[in-house]
Design a protein around this ligand. Structure first.
Ligand SMILES: [Zn+2]
Ligand SMILES: [Zn+2]
Length: 93
């Protein structure tokens, strides 16, 4: 399935704005990865901020949360919090 982003940011890194080098599933893990792909919870990232440094979404909890919150907020512009929780299992806000 083709990745898309509800924030329309697959071309640029979410954090530094440089051209994206990879696409990250914002709510990763076994079940949520697929849900992320289906619902546009995907983000463009540079490799460094994806997983190649300690300041990356896979290693820094704060960066991970910042990304997750941005997508939950965007999703809740058109859906309820309950719908988000039904999808992802919990709220990050
Ligand atoms: Zn970056
Ligand atoms: Zn990733």
């Amino acid at each position: 399935m083709k990745r898309y982003s509800i924030l329309n940011n697959l071309d640029k890194c979410f954090f530094c704005g440089r051209p994206a080098e990879c696409i990250h599933e914002v709510f990763f893990g076994t079940a949520n990865r697929r849900i992320s792909i289906e619902n546009g919870f995907c983000a463009g990232l540079c490799h460094r901020e994806h997983n190649l440094s300690n300041k990356s979404v896979h290693k820094d909890r704060e960066m991970d949360l910042k990304l997750k919150r941005a997508y939950q907020k965007e999703y809740m512009k058109t859906h309820t919090k309950e719908e988000f929780i039904r999808l992802i299992g919990k709220s990050y806000l």
